[in-house]
Design a protein around this ligand. Structure first.
Ligand code: XUL
Ligand code: MN
Length: 364
């Protein structure tokens, strides 16, 4: 019998945040990068997700040599704390030159900036000690469709991916699709789009996907089925588990907080397909509730991790023989009801007492 997977978890420094939103200021005071790193192990995490400038501040103002030196120092800070860099993502959405997009900007010089910055990100990753690059294609899209040529945009994204693969023969690219925000219409909105790009690249074996729960929901799709699709292609490199209450701004709620059953099904598809056995991290991309006070700035990370592990237990204790029988009988009503009882941790024996209780409260 195969041993059960021992999961390992990651998050990014941006997941300990100050609560600022587009309509209001910070509500918690910032912690330094070092303070955040010190928390990882005590909170139960060993993987660190990075944007390039989380690791190397003011990256655009430094020479290639200075960037490498700084990244190496951060790599040492990780090693000293027993931490592993999971990936580095180029932040192609803050600079003035990315206002109209990065790889798909209408300005050739801005497109060049986006590519140069991405190659620098690969340098950072190499010095930190990871081959993995995440592309969240934040501004590769449009606010009005007539402003860009979408057909040309897909070729430009592919050219950028190919240039990165050629630049460093070891690097691996994980595309993190998202259908909107900050743009209205994103060019790579789902994992299907991301994997189609992967297969067209010069080295499909080095291009795969990262699926974020909230992003799938924003696309109107079920996150566990999206994960199943990537797993079927052996292209689920990582996940960003969180939650999302319907079609709103990207909420990054704690895992399971809006839809516990959908969370169960994400854990189910990961667990049943051996996700994590080759070292893949269970990544979280969660934010504290804006109104949360300072002293609980990391509770959402701990809670999301615990919810994941509780749901692993729910998957492992699901009655497989009953499931097999109910599927064979096409008794999906009972499969539905059993799933809910299992998640609630109840059985029908507890009902008479509860119903009796109601009789009692009515009579007084
Ligand atoms: C944005 C998002 C990013 C990526 C990394 O919605 O999820 O934080 O995960 O760039
Ligand atoms: Mn994410």
């Amino acid at each position: 019998m195969t041993q059960p997977t021992t999961y390992r978890f990651s998050f990014g420094p941006w997941n300990i945040s100050e609560g600022a939103d587009p309509f209001g200021p910070m509500v918690r005071t910032p912690y330094s990068f070092e303070e955040k790193l010190d928390w990882y192990r005590p909170l139960g995490f060993e993987g660190v997700q990075f944007h390039d400038d989380d690791a190397v501040e003011n990256i655009d103002d430094l020479s290639a040599g200075q960037v490498a030196t700084k990244a190496r120092q951060v790599g040492k800070m990780l090693a000293d704390r027993g931490l592993t860099p999971e990936f580095v993502a180029p932040r192609l959405w803050f600079d003035a030159r990315t206002v109209d997009g990065g790889y798909t900007s209408n300005s050739p010089s801005d497109r060049q900036y986006a590519l140069d910055r991405s190659l620098r990100t690969i340098d950072v990753a190499r010095e930190l000690g990871t081959p993995n690059i995440v592309l969240w294609l934040a501004r590769e899209g449009s606010y009005i469709r007539e402003s860009k040529n979408a057909r040309a945009a897909y070729d430009r994204i592919l050219d950028a991916v190919n240039a990165m693969l050629e630049y460093d023969k070891e690097c691996r690219i994980w595309i993190e699709p998202k259908p909107n925000e900050p743009t209205d219409h994103a060019y790579v909105p789902t994992i299907g789009h991301a994997l189609a790009l992967a297969y067209r690249s010069v080295d499909p074996s080095r291009v795969s996907g990262l699926i974020e729960t909230a992003h799938a929901i924003l696309a109107g799709l079920d996150p566990s089925d999206e994960m199943a699709f990537a797993l079927a292609h052996d292209k689920l490199a990582s996940v960003h588990l969180n939650d999302q209450n319907g079609l709103k701004y990207d909420q990054d709620k704690s895992f399971g907080s809006a839809n516990l059953r959908a969370a169960f099904n994400q854990v189910r598809v990961l667990e049943e397909n051996g996700y994590g056995r080759r070292g893949e991290f269970v990544g979280l991309d969660v934010k504290a509730i804006r109104t949360q006070k300072q002293d609980k700035s990391t509770a959402h990370l701990v809670n999301s991790r615990k919810t994941f592990l509780h749901l692993v237990e729910k998957v492992r204790t699901f009655d497989r023989e009953l499931e097999r029988q109910l599927i064979a009988d096409r008794d999906y009503e009972e499969l539905d009801a059993y799933t809910l009882r299992h998640l609630l941790g109840v059985n029908d024996e507890s009902l008479p007492a509860i119903e009796g209780q109601r009789e009692f409260s009515r009579s007084v």
